[in-house]
Design a binder for this molecule. Sequence first.
Ligand code: HEC
Length: 137
Amino acid sequence: MLKRCVLALAVIAVSAGSALAQPRIEKAPIPRTNASEPKQMFDSYCAVCHGKEAKGNGPAATALAKVPADLTRISARNGGKFPDVRVRRYIEGLDEVAAHGSRDMPMWGRLFNDLDRDTAQIRIAALAEYLKGLQQP
Ligand code: HEC
């Protein structure tokens, strides 16, 4: 039996017609992407908050309680070393839920699992590797 699951992600909806309209966060099904295409995944899932350049200034940023992190300076904030394991766990989202119960950033581990159980960990690892390649001094 095929089980149909609706996947939800916070996405942006800017009211048409006014440049001054406040962005609104809405839930929408997450698009299917190729697990071996990290840029496609980043643009589809992360850029709405973190921005296409990963600088933390995506269109949804102003609607969040917390400013999305500048993902090009993770190493810079960690004494020049990219914390692979911590980044992967952060994207997956399990640590934070246990610690604080909620956060602005979606828990991608669960969403990717719903999308395709076999590639969830591959997606997380590929995204962490992609971010590693974006690091600036
Ligand atoms: C709904 C908005 C939103 C989306 C979508 C989102 N993030 Fe985030 N992200 C945030 C916010 C807000 C923070 C900062 C949270 C905090 O400081 O508690 C953050 C923080 C992070 C961090 C931690 C950075 C650090 O220096 O510790 C990483 C890594 C990250 N995001 C990666 C991603 C990836 C990869 C995706 C896409 C799969 C993604 N994010 C999608 C909002 C988002």
